[in-house]
Design a binder for this molecule. Structure first.
Ligand SMILES: [Zn+2]
Length: 392
């Protein structure tokens, strides 16, 4: 009797013990320690969330499994799920990771941040670019505020502003300085094209039109098929100037009479097409030429004589070297490498037949000039004189 009672008590104890174990197993799951929401700004380095798991005293951290991924380089809300299994019992925990965009877009100006313009010039926006870490290229969203009066000397600020989707704002500015023609800060490039027109001239005119700049054409007399090109040079506002009717050194430098007869012939030719005359000239070979040395001192005489007759002659201070077949890249270098801080640059180029390399190089030369603080203009009677030394 006593023994039987004891057995029943033992059984009861075992049952209670097992129930307690079950109770522990059911209610006391492995626990995962982690916050449920994590906010991480993108400007900070991203680390995996700190996490620990245990069951009673047993460390289960190395048994944690993760579902879901966070891309720390992309703003957004990421859902992660961590789980751990121990003794057949699984625990889960959901974590929300918020990657917050707190990085400003990168707003960069194309071209100098200070631009000198001559009073009366047109202001042309050189451009800008806005790249955001999240939104990508948001250049179209840039807000430009410009109040530039190019007819009044002074400093004008242009502000550029852009905001990304997360509300981060970037801002920059450019200063436009409008000055008088003689201001030493002004740097002007006068592109000049000799020995045209030819088929290449139309290509050059197209580029100048696109770039909204004026240049100077020192022409020679060609067939009537180029009358339209000459008209176009004139109508599009370029400087149509005199080079030589024949470009025949032996003839034009034989005497003053020959020289002026050749020049007048060209002058009349131009007048017959455009109805106007010009007094801007360039000597074939330049005033420094020695091709005329068969007639000693002819250049000394001519340079004085043309001035007396009211002509203004121009040489150049940058030679593009485009009379040799040197190719586009060499032409670009010859010009851009020689640009510095002078007030006036007269660039010698040629638009004679088949000289495509000059047209090929033109766009990049203009782009370089614009982006580096140069303005472009045509030669007029007010252009600062650029003369060579006379060698004959
Ligand atoms: Zn020439």
């Amino acid at each position: 009797m006593k023994k039987r009672k004891l057995n029943e008590i033992t059984k009861l104890g075992i049952i209670l013990f097992l129930e307690l174990i079950i109770l522990i197993l059911v209610h006391f799951k492995p626990s995962i320690d982690i916050v449920s929401v994590l906010k991480i700004p993108m400007s900070k380095e991203y680390h995996e969330p700190q996490i620990k798991a245990h069951f009673l005293n047993k460390d289960l951290t190395n048994k944690i499994r993760k579902q879901g991924e966070v891309n720390p380089k992309k703003a957004g809300v990421y859902k992660l799920e961590y789980s751990v299994k121990y003794l057949g019992i699984k625990s889960k925990k959901k974590v929300t990771v918020i990657i917050e965009d707190d990085i400003k877009p990168k707003l960069t100006l194309i071209g100098n941040s200070v631009i000198y313009l001559q009073n009366g010039d047109e202001y042309e926006e050189l451009g800008y670019q806005a790249i955001d870490n999240n939104d990508g290229d948001i250049t179209k969203k840039v807000n430009v505020k410009a109040k530039v009066n190019t007819n009044k000397n002074g400093n004008y600020d242009i502000t550029y502003q852009v905001t990304d989707r997360a509300g981060n704002q970037a801002e920059t500015k450019r200063t436009i300085v409008v000055v008088s023609a003689s201001d030493p800060n002004l740097k002007t490039i006068y592109l000049t094209f000799d020995d045209g027109p030819s088929q290449v001239t139309s290509r050059i005119l197209d580029i100048l039109k696109q770039e909204k700049i004026k240049a100077t054409f020192f022409i020679v007399k060609k067939g009537f098929e180029y009358n339209d090109t000459i008209k176009r040079i004139y109508n599009e506002g370029h400087s149509l100037a005199l080079h030589s009717s024949t470009h025949n050194y032996k003839y034009i430098y034989k005497s003053l009479d020959n020289y002026f007869s050749d020049l007048n012939d060209l002058q009349n030719y131009i007048k017959s097409i455009t109805g106007t005359k010009t007094n801007i000239i360039r000597f074939p070979g330049g005033s420094s030429n020695t091709v005329s040395s068969f007639n000693p001192k002819i250049m000394t005489k001519l340079t004085q004589e043309v001035v007396k007759k009211g002509y203004i002659y121009f040489d150049w201070n940058i030679d593009s070297g485009d009379t040799g077949r040197i190719g586009k890249d060499a032409i670009i270098k010859n010009v851009t490498n020689n640009l510095g801080n002078y007030h006036t640059y007269v660039v010698l180029m040629h638009d004679y037949s088949l000289n495509d390399q000059t047209a090929d190089a033109l766009k990049e030369i203009i782009k370089y000039g614009k982006n580096n603080g140069y303005r472009f203009d045509k030669i007029t009677k007010d252009t600062p004189i650029v003369h060579h030394n006379i060698n004959n």
